[in-house]
Every structure is written in structure tokens, then in C-alpha cells.
Write a protein that binds this ligand. Sequence first.
Ligand code: PMP
Length: 430
Amino acid sequence: MEHTKSQAAFEEARQYIPGGVNSPVRSFRSVGGVPPFISGGKGSKIYDIDGNEYIDYVMSYGPLLMGHVPDCVTDAIKAAAEKGTSYGAPTVAETELAKLICYLVPSMDMVRMVNSGTEATMSALRLARAYTGRDCIIKFIGCYHGHHDSLLVKAGSGGATFGVPDSPGVPKAVAATTITVPFNDLPALEKVFAERGEEIACVIMEPTPGNMGLVLPHEGFLEGVRAITKKYGALLICDEVMSGFRSAQGGSQSLYDIDPDITCLGKVIGGGLPVAAYGGKREIMQMVSPAGPMYQAGTLSGNPLAMAAGIAALTYMEQNDVCNRAESLCAILTGGLEKAAAKAGVPVQIHRLGSMFTVFFNNKPVTDFDSAAASDLEAFKIYFHSMLEQGIYLPPSQFETNFVSVAHNPEDLQKTIDAAEIAFAEVAKA
Ligand code: PMP
């Protein structure tokens, strides 16, 4: 495969943009090599500026449940753009998307739109602190909730990839209000609450973490977190920015029957445009300005193009059984990958939930950040580059989740499984 144009583009980008990218994981730093610069996409495929075609399992890190450039979303964006790109005044589209979200995620009575998942979790924490009058928060090690100060502590995703879980620039005093606990460890959570329960405003969790690779909760873990938070008067924030409409149509909270106080959404709800949201119980949301005293605002929040894209995406999704269809495709793929790895004799742990999956190069169960981090990163690199050269575009880190869309057809899946057979054989040889 030819990559000379991407190479030149990457060199130029690095002159003007730190590391040449606008979000660290895109740089391929943990796997080495040059990231293909993308010229466009359609359905399950993306194309780079050297003319290479790839079957895409990044799907913009989750949003593109219907693949690239689905007509329903593109048409809605075009129609909205003809009328105006931003007003700074209310539109009925904002209520329409809020209503759709509340219908699809029944734990949410009210919603506030923001522009990124980071903003959603940042605002949700402020709200939990405002509501409880407490300062401390608990997060699970390896869960990523965005890059603001309170949550850039023992985060996964890019932080895990780069081995810098705590960033310079995060004030010690802020980090000190964030308490971290291993995922799937209820006794550790209970102990923290027993010692400091009166200081703790909330637990924020990815119910099915996707930012240390996809890790699943042990039976009873999520219910336990809900029970402990209730017992100590702390709020439970489900960060479903990634898992929303991916693990299931109602998110992981519907799968595991959890009723959180606040939910954060993003990715899929914007149909590929920058939208996220936080919402939850009416009594809590009534604290948000201007209904209440907790301040949070945004010049472009509820942007008309983004609302149009989100309404189109969620409506199409709901009417066309998209989540279940994507899940079935994902299950076919992971079944094939499991067989391919076994054939090559490569020990892997393949986790799947809905239309998300991760192949861990690990011979032991992966249940939390430490066990995920014990994966064979050299094996992952070989697999990753072999797949890329065969036209399969995967997230460039062991600690990310792969995404299947309904635009992936059986032929794409078979091609991917065939490529994986070769990639696993290369891993076995190394
Ligand atoms: N929460 C979760 C669970 C996420 O996966 C992400 C991003 N991958 C975020 C929050 C942050 O979202 P954004 O990148 O839009 O700020």
C-alpha cells in the first residue's frame, strides 16, 4: 500500500498542529507509523489521500452507527444549513431532540445539549456537586470521561495509550477531589464510602467501559454501585457517551437495569456532528441555569445543524432496528475473529457488547485496568499494522473499542476475518 501523500501531509500537519492531529490517539503514536489522511468515506469504507480504501471499524470512535454519509443524516444537515447555521436563540429542533432522547433513555426527564462528551461530564459533575453540596467525586480507574481537570485522573483511552494517566497542568487541589477505585471492585468502593461518604457528591462510571478496551461489569457490580451511592446520598452518573445506542438502544443502563440520577450522552446523538448532552431526574436538572443556580452555557449549544443530524440519526435508528442489526453483524465478526485467533494459536480475549468489541492480546481474563494493561502490546502492533496494510482500519491502540455499523455488509465482515487470519498468523510467527 502506498502512503507517500499521507506521509507528506503528516509532516506538514506537524508544523502547524501539535503532533499533527487534533486528538492524540489519531497520531498512531502507540503503534508507530504514519496515519492515513482521510479524504472521504461512504458506508463502511473510508478512503485516504493516496487512494487506498479501508473497511472502517473506528467509525469516528462510535458516532457513525449507520456508517459514513447516510442519506437520512446528510439530507437533514443540508436542509438545515440552507436555513441558517447558528442563531443563539431557541429553536424547536432542540426540544425535538431532547424529547427523543428522553423517550429513548427513560431515566432522563430533562436534557441539556452541549458540544462534546467532555463538556457533558464536566457539567454533570458540577451539577452533582451543586445538588449534594459535596466536593469529592469517585471514578473508576481506566474509565475515560473527557479531558477536563477533575476526570483526567487515572483515565484510559489516550491516557492509557501514552502512559500518562495524570496530565501536567491538572491542579493538585482539583485532582485531590477525585478518588479512584478499580472497576469491578465493589468492596473497594464500599470502603471509600465508609471512610469518606459525607464528602462524596457522585460516582461517575462508564457502566460498560470502552476506554481501556471494552471491559464488562461482573454480575451484580452495577447494581452494587447503585445501591452504595443511594445508601450514602451520592448521585450516580452513567457516562454513556460511548455506550449509548451502541451496547443497546437504551444504553448499558437498559441492559443492566440501572436507574442513574444523571446520564451523559454524545457520539451517536449527533449523527457525526459535535453534540453531547447531560440529563436526568427533573428535580436535579431543575438546578441548571436559568431554571436554577448551577451555571452552564454554550454559544453553539443546540446548534441547528447538529440538532438536525441528531434527530435524523436517532429517528432512523429507532425506526429501522439499527442497534439490533449492528449487534448481529458485530457478533458474526467477533465469532469469526475468535476462530481465526484459535486457528493461529494466538491467545486473545474478545469482548463484545452490542456493536462494540475489543480483541485483547491477553491470555488471562480482562476485568479492569490492570488486567487490560497486561495485554501484549507488541502483538497488538503487529496485528494492527497487518490489518491496516490489508485495508482494515482499526483503532490504533489496544485500549480502544472497535465499532461496527449497519453499513458493514457480510462481505466486509468476511474480508475482515480473512485479513485477521493472516494478521494472527503474523503475530504467532513473531
Ligand atoms: N465519555 C466517554 C465514555 C467517552 O468515550 C468519551 C470520548 N471517547 C468522552 C466522554 C469524551 O467525549 P469527547 O471526546 O466528545 O469530549
